[in-house]
Design a protein around this ligand. Structure first.
Ligand code: DXP
Length: 254
């Protein structure tokens, strides 16, 4: 069982709501994934219309919403988006995303740390999306973040665990859950993240942009479960040279 800020999750697969062809497909895919925490961009919600196409099915599915501040270019905008989310959606959980660079959507470390500090002081449960930077992750823990969300590779790129070496350090050092976010393009990559000891993964594009999002959501669900079980079972040690599977002592001595 995964616990974030005193809330328990059976599923270690978190999902997103973007890029689905329509809200019915989104709902079916999220249901198939068994995800219990689903992120939604504040910039996509039409508050004038009340609960819109996006929120109504999510509410029906009974998932916990994780609003995100995607689109914010600095700490001030992110804090505003988080406060709007708390007011309109009734949740103080926030995925903090600040990426001023439109080409690579790389998170701004300085603005993210500043926004995290302010939001934690205001009582938010903050889950910041950051580069796979072990030092920054420690600093975010110190200001009170409930989890850290280092990137595997650029958002929507499906490149997989490009940052693997640094993710390993973050996982080794973290005292809060580590959720590997962004760029996970295949179930095998999600399994790998879990085998490394990640507490959860967040996957959106690979599911939503699949030709069969519902099947793909199930594949990710199973991959995450397998990866976690393998981590808990304990992987064998990686060796540089070959090591006999069956030592030859017996017949060589005869
Ligand atoms: C929806 C969301 O929060 C994304 O920004 C997240 O980072 C997932 O990334 P992928 O779309 O690459 O899975």
């Amino acid at each position: 069982m995964l616990t974030i800020a005193d809330v328990e999750f059976e599923s270690r697969l978190f999902t997103g709501t973007g890029k689905f062809s329509n809200s019915q497909v989104m709902l079916e895919a999220i249901t198939a994934s068994k995800s219990q925490l689903v992120t939604v961009a504040m910039k996509r919600i039409d508050f004038k219309m009340g609960l819109d196409d996006l929120l109504t099915p999510l509410r029906q599915a009974g998932v916990r919403l994780l609003p995100n501040t995607s689109g914010a270019r600095n700490a001030k905008e992110a804090v505003f988006a988080a406060e709007l989310a708390r007011e309109m959606l009734g949740t103080h959980w926030i995925k903090l995303e600040i990426h001023p660079d439109p080409k690579y959507l790389m998170p701004d470390a300085i603005e993210t740390l500043e926004a995290a500090r302010i939001l934690c002081e205001k009582g938010f449960i903050v889950m910041p999306y950051v580069h796979a930077d072990p030092v920054l992750c420690r600093r975010l823990e110190e200001v009170g973040c409930a989890a850290v969300m280092p990137l595997a590779s650029p958002i929507g790129s499906n490149q997989g665990l490009v940052t693997e070496s640094f993710l390993k350090i973050i996982i080794e050092q973290a005292r809060v859950p580590v959720v590997i976010d962004a760029g996970i393009g295949a179930p095998s990559q999600a399994a790998r993240a879990m085998e490394l000891g990640a507490d959860a993964v967040l996957v959106n594009t690979a599911i939503a942009s699949s030709a069969s999002p519902i099947v793909m959501a199930e594949c990710f669900k199973e991959a995450v479960q397998c990866g976690r079980r393998a981590f808990e079972a304990g992987l064998g040690r990686v060796q540089t040279g070959a090591v006999h599977t069956s030592p030859l002592t017996g017949f060589l001595n005869q």
